[in-house]
Write a protein that binds this ligand. Sequence first.
Ligand SMILES: Cc1cc2nc3c(=O)[nH]c(=O)nc-3n(C[C@H](O)[C@H](O)[C@H](O)COP(=O)(O)OP(=O)(O)OC[C@H]3O[C@@H](n4cnc5c(N)ncnc54)[C@H](O)[C@@H]3O)c2cc1C
Length: 444
Amino acid sequence: VPELGFSRRLPLDDQWDVIVAGGGPAGVTAASSAAREGARTLLLDAGTCLGGLGTAGLVPGWCGFTDGQRFIHDGLARDIRNQLWDDLPQPPQPDGHLPPIDWEKLKLICDRLVRRQGATVMFAAQVAAAQTAAGSLTAVLAATKAGLVAFAAKVYIDCTGDGDLCALAGAEFHKGDASGDMQPISPTFVLANVDSVAASRLPPEQLRRQMMTDPQFPLLGRHVTGNPSGGASWPGIHCYNQHHAWGVDGTDPASLSAALSQGREYAWQYLQALRKYAPAAFGKATLIATAPLLGVRETRRIVGDYTLTGADHRARRRFEDDIAVNSFFIDVHWSWADYQRSLRGEITWNQYKSASQYRPGEVHGIPYRCLLPKALRNVLMAGRCVSADRDANGAIRVMPPCFSMGEAAGLAAAHAALKTGGDVRAVDPAWLRRRLRELGAYLP
Ligand SMILES: Cc1cc2nc3c(=O)[nH]c(=O)nc-3n(C[C@H](O)[C@H](O)[C@H](O)COP(=O)(O)OP(=O)(O)OC[C@H]3O[C@@H](n4cnc5c(N)ncnc54)[C@H](O)[C@@H]3O)c2cc1C
């Protein structure tokens, strides 16, 4: 860094075929899938566990793995699902109301899956810089407990959710709507010692109004406060992931830090308000956890060889190079302006949601080209940051499609590393689809 007046030599670990940045739903299946194909695979995660928002983010539930008729997120996704809930009915019964995620069990399942397939995991390793030459990524720098370390592989997969790796490598991206405004974040937290029966009898709207207008709890008025009874994950344990806060940019360190602190303040005020206004249900409640990973719904969408669109979603469009399918609706949470419109009764969430809801058996495709960041030869992406417009991103950002995209990306990365000299565009999509099918993927 010459302008700071110093330069330094860094240790280089270049023994890898595939490096995966980020170990959320997409990264866990990407690393497992690449290692299963025989690629020497390293998974770097900035946090201290696998599972991403489904564990460290305390998101309490998965969206469905089926299209209402059959598994559409099969293969590794189905394996993970069934390990978490080994007593669940299998399709043709639709997933319907899935049981809550047991976060600690899911962490173990992810650890074991990745290890069993032979990938190496490094925690507390934040990818912080990327080196490129002639359109290829040649190394990533991670900030680790031992300082900065350079890692090199033949192929890289960005599963950071925010598209950090691609952005650091200079890839083009979009963020939020045309004005850069992004969906609200949610500070996620868990209360214990709740009287769940009393909580289920509360009048949510009246209680919300009381809590949000009480000057003793100023933060509640500045957020949209979700249903006070939250989601009862287990008797007496209630999880809250529906409170909305606007104006946060999850890729801006200052904004992210402020939102994490404010989220903890918010959870604390929320608990005090519940104790005040609903003592029968919450008089003995305790705040037992706030999520260390901030509940960020939207940041970068990296521009790839194809950009999946809301029109594709509405048309149930399929592509020749589909590597996964999806049936989830377009879940773009409201901007502050739309929230104000909803308060005036001009729009309702249900109207909005039902406009993009599929009937049982309907799916749209996610083409391989959406996983290929433009102008980078040896990089793939999977999960929330793939190439999609805002509406399509709202539909494919939930965890089951992220598992499916991760498995496909891992397979393609291993093939590119071992067979095509690292060129991800030389992987034949027809071969990829055949191999994914052999491994259990649903690709009609
Ligand atoms: C409040 C909220 C509620 C939600 N509810 C649901 C729900 O009910 N059901 C559902 O299915 N989905 C839900 N979602 C969506 C879903 O959780 C995410 O979109 C999904 O987890 C994205 O998966 P991912 O693998 O792309 O990224 P993430 O889950 O975000 O994981 C990214 C991982 O990468 C790591 N990482 C990030 N940056 C770096 C870096 N620079 N270097 C190294 N590691 C890095 C992180 O530590 C993390 O482990 C919700 C999301 C939010 C925010």
